[in-house]
Every structure is written in C-alpha cells, then in structure tokens.
Design a protein around this ligand. Structure first.
Ligand code: TNX
Length: 511
C-alpha cells in the first residue's frame, strides 16, 4: 500500500472521467443496497490488484479477477506486484470481519476515483463480490476522453449478501451424458450469477454416469446407453474429482444424486440381483418414468448402496448426498418408506446430509434431512412439520426443461410452458403456504430427455437460469420484472463472448 501511495504522487495530467450511475449498472442478481456517487474509476493498464494477505485462497480470487478482466478488456493486471512503479490505481481485495452483513457470502464494494476496495469476511464472499465487479466494468472502453483507453467503472458503494444460502441448478447427465468440458463451461457461466450449488443427477433408468470401483459393471454396462440410443459415457472417479475441484475454484458445491429406489433400470441391468423380480432386464432408451425399482427387502441392496454412498461421499467435499426418491411408482408405499429410512442412515453414516425429492417426506425421516419440493405442496408441508428444510423447485415455475412456448426447439410441456417472465415472476419465499422459515433455497432442475449437447443445454438454461439466480440471491423487496428485464437485456455481450447459445426471448429488449 505504501508503495502504491508514493506511485500516486507522480504528477500526471488529470484524467477526464465521464458521469456514471452505479444504480443503473446491469448487475444480476441485484444487490441489497447500491449508493451511487456518479464519478468513475478509470480501469486501465496502470491498475494493479492487491490482496490483504498472500494466503492462497484470497490470492486465488484475485488471480481469477485478473484473468476475467483480461478476457473482457484485454488488460493484464498484475496481482500483488510490489516492484511495478507505474501503477496509479488499485483494486484491493480485503478479508475483514467488520462487515455489516451476516452471511459468509456477503461483501462490500467501495468504488472511488482511484481505488476499488472489496471487503469480505471469507474468500467465498470475495468471490461473489468479484462477480459484481466484473459486471460493473463496461463492455467497451472509452477511447476519446484520454490519451489511453480506460474502462470507466461507475463509483459508489454496494452492500450485498444473499437471501438464500442454497442457490442451485441441477443438470441431468443420466438421460443424456454431458462431458467434463461441457459441465465446466456451464459452471463458468453460472458462477458469474452467484449460483453456489450444482446438483448432478448421475443415475437413472437410461444411464449410470459415475464410476464405482467396487461395482464396476455399473459403468461398464450402464454407462453405454442414453435416451435415443446414442453414444453416451460416464465420469471416472478422476473426472468427477476434476469437476468437484473446478466447482470449488468457483466456490460452488457439487451435490451428487443417485436416484433410487425407482429410476434404477441401469443399476439393475448391470447387477440383476438389485431388482430380483425375475423379469429379464433390457437397456432402456425411452423417456417413460416410474417402471423400475430396487428390491427393498434384500440386504444385498443395502450393502450395494453403502458402497456407492461411501465411494461418492469420499470424493465429495460438500455436505449433501441426494438419494432421489421420486416417482417410485412400482414400489409399495411401505417398502418405499422402509427403504428411505434405511438409506438415510447410510447417508448419515458417511457424514452427509440427505436430500430427496419431496416424496421422501412421507417416510420417518430426520429433521436434518432436506426435501426438494418439485410437485406436491402436501409433501412439502409434511416435510416442514417434521422440521425438515425445503429446496424450492416447483416444476411449473422452476423447471429448466419446460419449453418457453409452443415454438421452443427443445423441452417438455407436462408441467407448463415457462416463458422468461413466468420463470422470474414468482416468490420462492412465499409459495402456496409453505412455511417461509423452512426454506433453505431454490434450485432449477434441467432434465435432459430432449437435449444432448452444450448448445441445446444452453438454449433451455439461458436466460432463465439467470432469473433463478436473482430469485435465490436478492430479497423480494429489491426484485421487480421491469428492472430485471432491462438488466437481463444487457447480458447479451457477456453471453455472446462466452459463446452461450441462449434463447433470445422476444420479451427482452436485448442490447
Ligand atoms: C419428472 S422431477 C422427473 C424426472 C423427469 C422430469 C422431466 C422429478 C423429480 N422427476 O424424472 O426427467 O419430470 O421434466
């Protein structure tokens, strides 16, 4: 800092700066509080980035910021460079416990004419604040005001923290497989909007996508099929670890899901003992649901599940394990409940908190388990009475695989058409009488019956996932459709730069 101050004393011609309005910057999700001061910080080649310590976590956040600024502007800003003598302005990323926010993801951003100070309690908070900073850097430099191009960042103060702790997107890699590279690209875009959880639906009737060393046929047999019969694949444990680490670098938690006791045709195809009803099993590449089940009475089934949960949990640093539990239409109710209760104990034994689709609330489950509400308000209420927390994923509002309208190229229609406004204009915090205090967060699932590559995935996910990020992060008081629509329109240059095949909805006045 000392060095920086001396560097600033070199006499230089005053920079000419445009008038700005931070309150109108296209930030999504919209922050809790913005106070504009109408001047500009001239981001240019004479700007340096510094951190309060050289601890790897916070320096990692600074390096990430430098990389992202370079992708957007071409500027190469040094991180913690104490030798450079020409620096005139600085971006300072600072760990501080003295912040007027409760959440570990909260941050404060002070942008003045010659410094940007980002204060956060944790590296995670700093990472969220960095996304805001990326979003307030203009798309184009101003080359006319001064001798060198500058990117005038609007000055002012932002105080921000999330409304919900859990802000997720789910990707179904079972119906169609998505490669490590495709998932990484998805993470890159979601991180920009402060999504903090990626739920991977790893198994279903059509495919098993994660290597289990103690049961190798799961992927040898079950990793070879997908909807429509095309070539598919699976993640080796090393691939899965690559994804977990990539997500962690983006301060994102991976939630693995192994769907059971229904949706298990590939598991039983690989190991017929799991099903045991004597009927011959065939690979399934259609899109029906609700026809398969584990034999819930067999001890072998539970030792199998113990192995699967143990191996996946050992590779997963996050606190959750998702057991599915949806649409087990051919499992008797009492068998289903017995199954869920036994599997919950297995998940807990391996140190994880169980998540299940809302049907699991009908079993005698623990208050520490979480119900993911997708279709039955009754199940969600049963869960809250048991003291469970709820993840809000109502299909008719939050399903990314629903068509936008009748002209959509991909998607299903069973829950609703979900145009971009419908996706945004609802309240996860007040929904059909579900107790607001039990809501852990929101998640938008992307089922993949009708999509098989990044371009198709992006067509359904964007721009709706951007709206869900705001429903998860921003409190109801600061959200409104007109403001959101204007900010969403300004995401086009970012999405284009990222080569995201978003659906250019006619409801949005795209830039
Ligand atoms: C219902 S939502 C399912 C999935 C399908 C999806 C298609 C849920 C818990 N189960 O198996 O892929 O509909 O929209």
């Amino acid at each position: 800092i000392l060095f920086f101050l001396t560097a600033c004393q070199h006499p230089k011609p005053e920079l000419q700066l445009p008038k700005t309005d931070l309150a109108k910057a296209p930030i999504i999700p919209i922050p809790k509080k913005i106070t504009p001061t109408h001047s500009a910080f001239a981001l240019d080649q004479y700007t340096g980035i510094y951190t309060s310590s050289t601890e790897s976590g916070i320096e990692g956040v600074a390096n990430y910021l430098s990389e992202k600024i370079s992708e957007k502007t071409g500027l190469r800003l040094a991180v913690n460079d104490t030798q450079e003598e020409t620096l005139e302005r600085m971006i300072f990323i600072n760990q501080s416990d003295e912040l007027a926010v409760d959440s570990p993801e909260g941050y404060q951003l002070y942008i003045s004419k010659d410094t940007i100070i980002l204060n956060a309690k944790t590296n995670e908070g700093a990472f969220r604040g960095v996304q805001t900073l990326r979003q307030v850097i203009p798309e184009k430099s101003n080359d006319t005001l001064n001798a060198q191009p500058i990117w005038p960042v609007p000055t002012g103060k932002i105080l921000d923290e999330p409304n919900f702790k859990y802000r997720g997107i789910m990707l179904d890699v079972a119906r169609h497989f998505f490669s490590v590279e495709e998932v990484k690209k998805f993470i890159d875009v979601l991180a920009y909007y402060k999504i903090n959880t990626l739920h991977l639906h790893l198994t279903d009737d059509q495919g098993w996508r994660i290597e289990i060393k103690s049961w190798p046929k799961l992927t040898e047999v079950g990793g070879k099929t997908e909807v429509g019969g095309g070539a598919s694949g699976f993640y080796t444990q090393a691939d899965y670890t690559t994804l977990v680490q990539y997500a962690a670098k983006h301060h994102m938690t991976i939630v693995p899901e192994v769907d059971m006791p229904g949706h298990t045709n590939t598991a039983s195809l690989s190991y017929p003992i799991l099903n045991g009803n004597g009927k011959p099993l065939k690979p399934y590449t259609g899109t029906r649901v609700g026809f398969s089940t584990f034999d819930t009475g067999k001890d072998t089934v539970y030792s199998f599940i113990d192995d699967v949960v143990r191996e996946i949990s050992a590779l997963t640093p996050g606190p959750y394990f998702h057991i599915g539990g949806d649409e087990s239409l051919v499992t008797k109710k009492k068998d289903y409940n017995y199954f869920v209760e036994r599997v919950e104990k297995i998940v807990q034994k391996h140190g994880k908190r169980m998540i299940g689709w809302d049907e699991v609330a009908n079993a005698r489950v623990d208050s520490t388990s979480i119900a993911q509400f997708w279709s039955s308000t009754k199940n969600a209420k049963t869960a809250t009475i048991k003291g469970m927390q709820i993840i809000m994923s109502p299909a008719k509002k939050a399903y990314l695989d629903m068509k936008y309208d009748s002209l959509s190229k991909h998607g299903l229609t069973w829950a609703a058409y979900i145009p971009v406004d419908t996706a945004y204009r609802w309240s996860p915090e007040y929904y059909e009488g579900i107790d607001p205090s039990s809501i852990l967060g929101i998640e938008a699932p992307l089922w993949s019956e009708t999509i098989s590559n990044s371009a198709e995935l992006e067509y359904l996910a964007f721009p709706r996932a951007i709206g869900y990020s705001e429903l998860g992060w921003s409190a109801q008081e600061v959200r409104n459709w007109d403001g959101y629509k204007a900010r969403l329109a300004k995401q086009a240059p970012f999405l284009e730069r990222m080569k995201v095949n978003y659906y250019p909805s006619a409801l949005i006045p795209w830039d």
